[in-house]
Design a protein around this ligand. Structure first.
Ligand code: BTN
Length: 248
């Protein structure tokens, strides 16, 4: 059973939950807005009124290495919840963005607190209208595509997160198959961005833990893990090279 704590405004639900050492497994912090929402790779996450911003605390017995698939499974849980409440299937852009028509409607940030606790942060743009200028072309809000009842979406999300906690080990294969099927990065040309360097590759598949399996123009292959510092995967525009092997 999840325990929901509702807040009006807070800097970051992830940071707040981390600072609650006695919070129990299943505690959920929900805020109407965040003033310092955190995103992946040290970025911020715009969190004005109109979104659902929540963090779930998981205190699991498994090691982080046994839970590499957690973040992809959270994406599946949120995607299912959006379908349950809004009747809309979202796409997953590796590793954990949910998109509609190529625009991000949800971000997920999973953090460890150094004491073996996991904080799963989820931000869903429901009725958001004030995106910062730099996000206007890449972010969207669910209400642009379907009517959204935020309370219904919250209830669906809590149910799906509870389901996720039970399914994390026994249902891993089924959930990860759903992840792979919904991941629009697979089968696309991508750019691996690390600092100023950009490396083209072809995304062939995701493995059972959610690593992105890529092939480079010289035919070599690699597995990209979510935790790899500062690697961003962008879906490439245009055709940078010939994936039969030769650079063009
Ligand atoms: C990303 O897309 O980079 C991840 C965004 C995660 C945002 C959520 S909103 C609730 C929770 N609290 C935070 O500060 N961040 C996460």
């Amino acid at each position: 059973m999840l325990k929901l704590i509702r807040l009006e405004e807070i800097p970051s639900t992830n940071a707040a939950l981390k600072a609650m050492p006695h919070a129990e497994h299943g505690t959920v912090l929900l805020a109407k807005r965040q003033t310092a929402g955190r995103g992946r790779l040290g970025r911020s996450f715009a969190s004005p009124d109109g979104g659902l911003y929540l963090s779930l605390l998981l205190c699991r017995k498994e090691s982080p290495e046994q839970l590499l698939h957690l973040t992809p499974m959270v994406a599946v849980a949120v995607r299912r919840a959006i379908f349950d409440a809004c009747g809309l299937w979202t796409d997953i852009k590796w590793i954990n963005d949910l998109q509609v028509q190529g625009k991000k409607v949800c971000g997920i940030l999973t953090e460890l607190d150094g004491m073996g606790r996991i904080i799963v942060g989820i931000g869903i743009n429901c009725h958001t209208t004030e995106f910062p200028a730099e996000l206007k072309d890449i972010a969207a809000s669910l209400h642009e595509f379907v009517p959204v009842d935020e309370d219904a979406l919250l209830q669906a999300l809590l149910l799906r997160l509870e389901e996720l906690d039970d399914a994390l080990i026994p249902q891993k294969a089924v959930w990860m198959a759903e992840y792979a099927a919904a991941c629009i990065t697979v089968g696309r040309e991508v750019e691996l961005v690390r600092g100023d360097s950009r490396r083209p590759a072809f995304a062939e598949a995701v493995d059972e833990n959610g690593a992105l399996l890529v092939r480079f123009p010289d035919g070599t292959r690699d597995a990209i893990f979510m935790g790899e510092a500062q690697i961003k995967v962008r879906i490439a525009k245009g055709i940078p090279f010939n994936f039969e092997g030769e650079s063009i």
